[in-house]
Design a protein around this ligand. Structure first.
Ligand SMILES: Cc1cc2nc3c(=O)[nH]c(=O)nc-3n(C[C@H](O)[C@H](O)[C@H](O)COP(=O)(O)OP(=O)(O)OC[C@H]3O[C@@H](n4cnc5c(N)ncnc54)[C@H](O)[C@@H]3O)c2cc1C
Length: 460
């Protein structure tokens, strides 16, 4: 990580919040109306944008939140399906102890269900169960591998993960079913957790992100969009408002919508996902600073997709938190989480990630569902015939263009600092600008809030 610890990077980010601009002053040039003086456009109404809007309001500014979709929440999207609420995007409050979203959930009185990831039901492709002893042997090996890679990340952060991972797997010397279980467990850590395969990820990318103070991951009964609703309270959002250009003109920023409408304000916080920035569908004039553009190019976007499986009856092992059929390479890992305890229904959610998810998105929803059902059906014949299915395609979603960001060998956390640095009256924010908690809901929310504070400081 460029010789700097994450904490040092954050201090650096706070100390250098802009590219060559100090306080900008709230005063407006000739032609500005007094109302524009304290108006800031926020592009995107995900958790970053909504978090930013709340801080702006508290500071006496009027946020104009422009959202391209017909709904708020972005990559947090709870829908009514199968007679219950399901999360197509983010679902878990990770590390609930100390995670500020836990306080939001508690204040709203949300019912939560804790996840114990070690309660696994693993089977081989012939349907026979993986014994507890084998599963434990593989889990211990996984923990040793993660710890060794984390140590190596301190010395060679930009090294591609694939080589060191292969060496560490070999060093464990596991064979037979234990080796198969290890592949599955590492698949959960990599394509399913980071959304990327080891050949794309760096050691630092694998090790990135801080924990809060532990505590279980929590699912919310009724879905994660309830968090979005709580954070959006009091903020007005213009939906169906796709931004195509952000132009800084003297003491104003002019934001152009696809409809041709132009909205002027004294600042702009752009919280569109990194994938959208990479696609250059928003024109910045003047262009974003070179370091920001470099960071947009260097930081990568991973893919995680979900396949919901609806059954007439829950016939999976009782108490299992996750099911898996082992015997595939880690890149093709599929896991299914029963959602009975959260939805009261015989419903499961399957996960696929990385290049495999991209390939299946291209092949279409039927192929994606078939891949998950077929794989799971080998170990669990009772899962082979769902009565209903629903799959996501986050990479193909033009307002997301992927699931969340990660660091490959060409990027470091310093690029995240550059990404979130203010450039005059324009600042980017989102999960991709979070140094401690990228790829999470809380990281996005806090990044949006921090960006708004920095813009407020500059404008007052
Ligand atoms: C499948 C999946 C599972 C996940 N699971 C978890 C989890 O369990 N726990 C967790 O903490 N995190 C999880 N995440 C990550 C989490 O969802 C994100 O980190 C977070 O929601 C990102 O918030 P954001 O505000 O940065 O971006 P977004 O939520 O994407 O918000 C950006 C907004 O900008 C809008 N937009 C895009 N282009 C334009 C434009 N041109 N004009 C106007 N608006 C535009 C988008 O429509 C969107 O609403 C998951 C993500 C996915 C995809």
């Amino acid at each position: 990580m460029s010789g700097l610890s994450r904490r040092e990077l954050i201090a650096l980010a706070a100390a250098t919040t802009s590219f060559g601009f100090g306080s900008l002053g709230a005063g407006c040039g000739v032609g500005s109306t007094p109302s524009k003086r304290r108006t800031v456009v926020v592009v995107g109404a995900g958790l970053a944008g909504l978090g930013a809007a709340a801080v702006l309001r508290a500071a006496g500014f009027t946020p104009i939140v422009l959202e391209a979709r017909p709904r708020i929440g972005g990559r947090v999207h709870t829908v009514d399906h199968f007679g219950t609420k399901i999360d197509l995007g983010a679902a878990w409050i990770h590390n609930s102890r100390g995670n500020p979203l836990t306080a939001v959930a508690n204040a709203k009185g949300l019912k939560t269900v804790a996840t114990d990831y070690d309660r696994l039901a693993l089977r081989k492709a012939d349907g026979s169960a993986v014994s507890a002893a084998i599963a434990e042997e593989a889990m211990a090996a996984r923990d040793r591998i993660i710890s060794a890679l984390s140590d190596q990340a301190q010395d060679t952060p930009r090294e591609r993960l694939a080589g060191p991972l292969r060496s560490e797997i070999n060093r464990q010397g596991l064979t037979g079913s234990a080796a198969e279980v290890l592949q599955w467990l590492l698949g959960v850590e990599l394509p399913l957790d980071v959304g990327a395969d080891p050949n794309l990820l760096s050691l630092e990318g694998f090790d990135e992100g801080d924990e809060w103070n532990g505590g279980p991951d929590l699912l919310m009964v009724g879905g994660a969009s309830q968090l979005v609703a709580a954070i959006a309270k009091g903020t007005t959002v213009r939906t169906g408002a796709e931004v195509v250009a952000v132009r800084s003109q003297g003491q104003q920023v002019a934001v152009t919508l696809r409809s041709g409408a132009i909205i002027k304000a004294s600042g702009c916080i752009v919280t569109v996902p990194l994938g959208v920035l990479k696609a250059s569908t928003i024109a910045f004039d003047p262009p974003l600073p070179a370091a920001t553009r470099r960071a947009i190019g260097r930081i990568s976007v991973g893919v995680l997709d979900k396949v919901f499986l609806d059954y007439s009856q829950a016939r999976w092992p009782r108490d299992a938190v996750a099911l898996g059929t082992v015997g595939e390479s880690l890149a093709k890992t599929v896991s299914v989480f029963p959602l009975e305890r959260v939805t009261g229904k015989a419903l499961g959610v399957g996960f696929i990630g990385g290049a495999y998810a991209v390939e299946l998105e291209r092949a279409g929803p039927a192929a994606m569902v078939e891949a998950v059902v077929e794989r799971m059906g080998q170990g669990f014949p009772e899962l082979a015939t769902p009565r209903g299915t629903l799959s996501t395609a986050w990479k193909a979603d033009r307002f997301a263009r992927g699931s969340y960001s990660f660091l490959g060998p060409s990027a470091t956390a310093t690029d995240r600092v550059a990404l979130g640095r203010r450039s005059g009256r324009v600042i980017l924010a989102g999960e991709h600008t979070s140094i401690n908690r990228p790829a999470t809901m809380d990281g996005a929310w806090l990044a949006g809030r921090a960006a708004a504070s920095r813009l407020v400081d500059a404008l007052t």
